[in-house]
Design a protein around this ligand. Structure first.
Ligand SMILES: Nc1ncnc2c1ncn2[C@@H]1O[C@H](COP(=O)(O)OP(=O)(O)OP(=O)(O)O)[C@@H](O)[C@H]1O
Length: 252
């Protein structure tokens, strides 16, 4: 039985007067992939952003309830947000490499966190690119602009960039929605590899993708978490009628 990595208890989030998350209770286990599914605007990205306190930068946004990372309260005033974000990395919807070289993209965060020595940086760059299944494709163009890579390669580079600071959790917000089917399958394969070492939480609109890559699936509906279970159960025998309606395409 894997241990609980992140746990939300009665988590509520407000943008001003608008309540975007109602009362979320969800546990995410270590080295599992948890997929967050649901209609547009139901709060999946909002929830994901709570996990590394990315919502902090949104004015008038406040959170109630409890969210813990290995038992430590993420929203406690003493929580070290820089340390939290080091442990909880993020990959966004559209690939967003910096306008720098492939090498500099991966070395950027480790340098920022104090790694200066060239041999260590070389090692981090190579390991991260290998873990992101990109090394073979870029090893001869490490010092070329990252923006010259294909969209799928750029997204794997963004994954390598997130891995470079050795996080424990990877948050992925629709990481394949801007990619073609082949690049999408590569990222899905990668997610299955990465879960041997990382806890992954992925937002996806693609239900086949949730079914292919995740161990657990959570179905959100207008700010509520309707149902969470093993992915197989959600897709074959959901308990809530609303989940069934969603996965069978009767909603939206
Ligand atoms: N910065 C913000 N300020 C105010 N309201 C916001 C903000 N961000 C999101 N919302 C609202 O909160 C609700 C949840 O949005 P969120 O982006 O989390 O949904 P989502 O399920 O991720 O949607 P999608 O699948 O379209 O990305 C929506 O009603 C949205 O309009």
């Amino acid at each position: 039985m894997s241990k609980i990595k992140i746990e939300a208890e009665n988590l509520k989030l407000f943008y001003g007067d608008f309540q975007a998350l109602k009362n979320i209770n969800l546990t995410m286990k270590e080295k599992e992939v948890t997929a967050l599914i649901g209609l547009s605007g139901c709060g999946k990205s909002t929830f994901l952003r709570c996990l590394n306190r990315m919502n902090d930068i949104i004015p008038n946004c406040h959170v109630e309830g409890k969210l813990t990372f290995e038992g430590e309260d993420i929203y406690h005033p003493d929580c070290d947000v820089v340390a939290l974000r080091k442990k909880v990395g993020m990959v966004f919807q559209a690939p967003n490499p910096f306008p720098k070289t492939v090498y500099e993209n991966v070395a950027y965060a480790p340098k920022l966190h104090g790694t200066k020595d060239r041999a260590s940086l070389d090692e981090i760059v190579e390991t991260s690119l290998k873990q992101a299944a990109l090394w073979d494709e870029v090893k001869d163009r490490l010092h070329k602009p990252a923006l010259g890579l294909s969209g799928g390669q750029q997204q794997r580079l963004c994954i390598a960039r997130a891995l470079a600071i050795k996080p424990e959790v990877l948050l992925m917000d629709e990481p394949t929605s801007a990619l073609d089917p082949i690049s999408t399958l590569k990222i899905e394969e990668l997610i299955r590899e990465l879960k041997q070492h990382y806890t992954i939480i992925i937002v996806t609109h693609n239900m086949q993708q949730a079914a292919r890559v995740s161990d657990r699936t959570a179905f959100f509906l207008v700010g509520d978490l309707v149902e969470v279970d093993d992915t197989e159960v959600i897709f074959t025998n959901p308990k809530d009628q609303r989940t069934e309606d969603y996965i069978t395409g009767r909603f939206g």
